[in-house]
Ligand binder design. Structure first.
Ligand code: PEP
Ligand code: MG
Length: 314
């Protein structure tokens, strides 16, 4: 029965009792956005712009960037699109910005930190996004990766709002999760990047197969940080999304919703399973599953505790 539900799920995302949860796609460029639009998603929760420029030796011009951003907006006409500014560095080096010999690239000049040495690269990108938005029906939301402090969030938001766009930041550095209340006060929305938030919280490389147990998205320490961010979002009435691959796990998606998360974005192929699962449970079930997972101290126990609550309710 569940398999049929997944196959037939067409959205929009909501719990069995009708609480809306946007089910969104992570995309990399125009062609992946057009492919994503063939899945039952309500928009783009994460456009990883750096992936469009991995082959480039030089910074693409504003016109060239605007054309690429426009393709993604066009694929989701009238829907939600969240564009992330360049997250160059670490696992995604870009030749025109990334320092080639950092001793510890995951802790180096990556993400929004490139604006320290190259504020013009961030400014050109925001100009290009504004240009793409100007001739589109989509008013994109724009967010920065690797924000570590409220001051960084404030500086980024000023640049984005100065161009008439909606400003947010990713919460993927533990410091930003710990000070989520103050970070949220500076922006219009946040999106939790669970891949990096887990990597940095557990001090375990997300690329290491040997450390997969530590980088398990059900780690209760990470769930606890997410709970704090989501609660701050609820208090301030600002949207809190999740755009890491944790949002692709149907039961974990329910837990995230139970914590107060309002949108879930992941690889588009995961959307139907996530949406179908959400439709089987109530918001109260999601809260109970979140409480059960948070009460554990290891990922296997968290997984089991949430499954026990959610399976009981269907
Ligand atoms: C994340 O860190 O969870 C995230 C969504 O961003 P990326 O995987 O591109 O680092
Ligand atoms: Mg990240």
């Amino acid at each position: 029965r569940h398999a049929e539900l997944v196959a037939g799920w067409t959205g929009p995302g909501q719990t069995a009792d009708g609480i809306a949860v946007s089910v969104l796609a992570n995309v990399a460029d125009g062609s992946s956005a057009r492919a994503a639009a063939g899945h039952p998603v309500e928009g783009v929760g994460l456009f990883r712009t750096e992936l469009a420029f991995l082959e480039r030796a030089d910074e693409p011009s504003v016109d060239e960037q605007a054309a690429i951003y426009r393709e993604v907006l066009d694929a989701f006409d009238g829907q939600k699109v969240v564009i992330r500014t360049l997250d160059a560095g670490s696992d995604k080096p870009l030749r025109f910005v990334t320092h080639p010999d950092e001793s510890n690239p995951a802790l180096g000049v990556r993400g929004d930190r490139i604006a320290l040495a190259h504020p013009e690269i961030r400014a050109h990108q925001l100009d290009a996004i504004a240009r793409a938005a100007a001739d589109s029906d989509v008013a994109p939301w724009v967010m920065a990766p690797m924000i570590a402090s409220p001051a960084e969030a404030r500086a980024f938001a000023a640049e984005v709002r100065g161009r008439g766009l909606v400003a947010g930041v990713m919460i993927e550095v533990p410091a930003a999760a710990i000070l989520a209340e103050a970070v949220l006060a500076e922006v219009d929305f946040v999106s939790i990047g669970t891949n990096d938030l887990t990597q940095y919280t557990m001090a375990a490389d997300r690329m290491s197969a040997d450390l997969a147990g530590l980088t398990d998205p059900w780690q209760p320490a990470v769930l606890s940080l997410i709970a704090g961010v989501a609660a701050a979002g609820v208090r301030q009435g600002k949207p809190v999304g999740v755009c890491g691959e944790a949002a692709a796990d149907p039961n974990l998606a329910c837990v995230l919703v139970g914590l107060g998360v309002t949108s879930l974005s992941s690889a588009p192929a995961a959307a139907a399973a996530v949406g179908a699962r959400l439709g089987e449970v109530t918001a109260q079930d999601c809260r109970a599953a979140a409480d059960a997972a948070l009460a554990t101290s290891d990922p296997a126990a968290a997984r089991e505790a949430a499954a026990a609550v959610l399976d009981r309710s269907v």
